[in-house]
Write a new protein. Structure first.
Length: 482
């Protein structure tokens, strides 16, 4: 029997599989398709997601394969007009080293994650779609369309918005159509003489038959590749995703001619929806990513929320498999459903806005936290209103020359003493808890902070008194396999 079955090798499944592999958990990742998803769909990585990828050891590769977001340019027919930054830009700080979104096609993100998974000894079973799923008191049995059966202690549905697993579990989704107008998305390679500079994200909001956005993408071969998003004004329209039809659409609605389209690399149609699964857990099976929540593409939140689902769940699964209380797994649904619900509201509001919306702090996902979680313990009684609290993201920094993100990096918990002068319970090192002592630091003030493996403060106190009791309750969980 394997430990965890993961269904779906998109960003959610790959992050989950890689983090479990890093923790020594035996996981099987199956994917219905014969290879990784080939398109650019989720093309933006928010700052919090970049922090997750830093911890996983892949951010350098992701940064090398991507770029900053280009400046927007609005067109009136063939006349270029206003230019503006859709994303608020910020300078890196000690607390927030990756302050801006990063542009990288989803396919490239997945390639980087897949390479990391293989480095860690994992693999993907391609061409193995799920056809049946049953569970009992001891585990889950999955039937695959390659004729095989997988038996696992737990299973995770990371198989997208049309999740087969969710359907087999009969878990409903509550949601709405964000916009009834159909849309087309495609990755288009253009010729060198195409009259759209790579320096801008081009938008034709008043194009005939519907608005068009044309965003330059980082390309591994140096070619000129753009992501096309086209809306149809006619709600009954049926988008044609054939290469010839995509070229004709661009010629009708933009400054490009058909001959400027050298190749259509990938194309798909969709209608913008927002929906949230009624539950994220059914017994030994969990929903993550688009299987649990479906977003409008506006604001670039779907892939990012999905990656953080995986990071929230992975360490908890590993901990329970290592002997932590089963109740730890209840906190996955408790923590992630409110986050997903809030972010769905943000994406929907941006999509429906008639005026251009400048995307700022709420999209960076740095303010997400779990102060109300059953897993959170704040023991201090006198705190300023803006003080770091248990449940918050643990900021980066270099107090006393110690890079905090490097101290947190890995599958362990970190007990951080800030400005207390003494090492906090050094004996915990033998239990897989890294202990770190630094001088007082503005982002933390003074105190002792137990940082979870996913980078959030689980427990906080004026001293280390009480942390052992917290660990006994919540973290035999804290002890990774390796």
């Amino acid at each position: 029997m394997t430990d965890v079955l993961i269904v779906g090798a998109g960003p959610t499944g790959l992050v989950l599989a890689a983090d479990l592999a890093r923790r020594g958990v035996d996981a099987v990742l199956v994917e219905r398709a014969d290879g990784l998803f080939p398109g650019s769909r989720g093309k933006g990585l928010q700052p919090r997601t970049q922090e997750v990828l830093y911890d996983l050891g892949v951010l350098d590769a992701v940064r090398a394969a991507g770029s900053e977001y280009p400046t927007m340019r609005i067109w009136e027919g063939e006349v270029p007009g206003q230019e503006w930054d859709m994303m608020e830009r910020a300078e890196p700080t000690e607390q927030v080293p990756f302050p801006d979104g990063w542009l990288i096609p989803q396919a490239r993100t997945q390639e980087v994650l897949y390479a990391r998974l293989r480095e860690l000894g994992g693999e993907v079973r391609f061409g193995a779609g799920l056809t049946g799923l049953t569970q009992d008191a001891d585990g889950v049995t999955a039937d695959l369309d390659d004729g095989s059966t997988v038996r696992a202690r737990y299973a995770v549905a990371a198989d997208g918005g049309r999740s087969t697993v969710r359907g087999l579990l009969d878990i409903g989704m509550t949601g709405e159509t964000v916009d009834p107008k159909p849309m087309l998305v495609a990755d288009v390679r253009v010729t060198d003489d195409a009259p759209v500079p790579d320096t801008h994200w081009h938008v034709w909001p008043k194009a005939p038959e519907g608005a068009v956005a044309f965003c330059p993408l980082p390309s591994p071969d140096g070619g000129r590749v753009f992501q096309l998003i086209a809306q149809y004004a006619d709600e009954s329209a049926l988008p044609d995703t054939s290469p010839a039809a995509v070229a004709k659409l661009l010629a009708l609605r933009t400054v490009l001619a058909e001959e400027h389209v050298a190749e259509v690399l990938w194309a798909s149609d969709f209608r913008a929806r927002a929906a949230l699964a009624d539950r994220f857990r059914s017994g030994r099976v969990f929903l993550a990513g688009d299987a649990a929540h479906v977003h409008s593409p506006a604001g670039g939140q779907g892939l990012n929320t999905s990656v953080q689902d995986a990071y929230n769940l992975s360490w908890k699964l590993a901990a329970v498999l290592a002997g932590a209380p089963e109740s730890l797994l209840d906190t996955y649904e408790e923590e992630r459903i409110p986050v997903a619900a809030d972010i769905l509201g943000v994406s929907t509001r941006i999509h429906r806005s008639e005026a251009p919306v400048k995307r700022g702090g709420e999209l960076r996902q740095l303010g997400i936290g779990y102060r109300q979680s059953a897993l959170t313990a704040e023991t201090r009684t006198e705190l300023a209103g803006d003080a770091l609290r248990a449940g918050d993201r643990a900021p980066d920094g270099r107090p006393g020359g110690v890079r905090l993100f490097d101290a947190f990096r890995g599958p362990h918990w970190t007990l951080l003493a800030v400005g207390t002068g003494d090492a906090p319970l050094p004996g915990l090192e033998s239990d897989g808890i890294r202990t770190v002592t630094v001088p007082a630091y503005e982002a933390y003030g003074t105190g002792v902070f137990l940082v979870r493996p996913d980078g959030y403060v689980g427990w906080a106190g004026d001293s280390a008194e009480g942390v052992v009791e917290y660990l006994a309750r919540a973290t035999s969980a804290a002890r990774p396999h390796s």
